[in-house]
Design a protein around this ligand. Structure first.
Ligand SMILES: Nc1ncnc2c1ncn2[C@@H]1O[C@H](COP(=O)(O)OP(=O)(O)OP(=O)(O)O)[C@@H](O)[C@H]1O
Ligand SMILES: O=C(O)[C@H](O)[C@@H](O)[C@H](O)[C@H](O)CO
Length: 189
């Protein structure tokens, strides 16, 4: 797979045009959102927020036990992430968050108008290999990977989206992401 598509962030008429300051790195487990998100935040000199750190103990226990989260399980988690994004957007923030469904992304956008997303697309085999490779160092089991792909609603037609092939080298992904953030003017409140 190559780098795939690019769409411009939304522009709100009359709003000041500035580069995006709040970015969500999204995708299924193993796509690399924590790794890329952390590296991108360092590169931008922005804060990095690990979305998994905001899951409740109940959500963590469920996933560890191999039970997929429901919309209800994710609702308060997304609300907390939206608040965190809004709190940090002025200074710059990168959030790693699965954001698998369109409604989840809309919920985050409601907190930060014009929020942009970087979707790291990964194949099922690569996701499996990566999650298996982390072993006991990570709570997320390989048995949940199929449910991640089943839940994912690809954000193909959404504004403010950079779609990257997560199986490319990290340095290449970072260079694309940083250049995209630099290039795309963004209406920021
Ligand atoms: N582009 C890449 N090339 C090679 N390995 C990668 C790449 N991106 C991530 N990895 C590796 O894949 C593994 C999973 O990455 P990471 O934990 O960042 O994924 P994740 O999407 O945050 O997963 P989860 O949501 O389950 O926490 C890590 O071991 C990481 O080093
Ligand atoms: O929405 C979800 O199902 C969760 O956020 C998962 O995606 C995991 O937390 C993550 O992938 C493991 O790190």
């Amino acid at each position: 797979m190559q780098k795939i598509a690019l769409s411009s962030p939304d522009a709100t008429p009359g709003a000041a045009i500035r580069p995006p300051h709040a970015v969500v790195v999204m995708g299924v487990s193993g796509c690399g959102k924590s790794t890329v998100g952390d590296m991108l935040a360092r590169r931008q000199h922005w804060a990095f927020v690990e979305g998994d750190a905001f899951h409740s103990a109940e959500n963590h226990a469920k996933m560890r036990a191999g039970v997929p989260l429901t919309d209800e399980d994710r609702a308060s988690w997304l609300a907390a992430l939206g608040q965190e994004l809004a709190r940090r957007a002025a200074d710059g923030v990168v959030l790693s968050c699965s954001a698998l469904k369109r409604a989840y992304r809309q919920q985050l956008r409601a907190h930060v108008p014009g929020l942009v997303f970087i979707w790291l697309e990964v194949g099922r085999d690569a996701a499996h290999q990566r999650v298996a490779g982390r072993g006991d160092r990570h709570f997320f089991p390989t048995t949940l990977i199929d449910s991640q792909f089943a839940t994912l609603e690809p954000p193909h037609d959404e504004a403010g989206l950079l779609h990257l092939d997560s199986e490319r080298p990290l340095e290449e992904l970072l260079a694309h992401a940083a250049a995209w953030l630099q290039r795309n003017p963004h209406a920021h409140p």
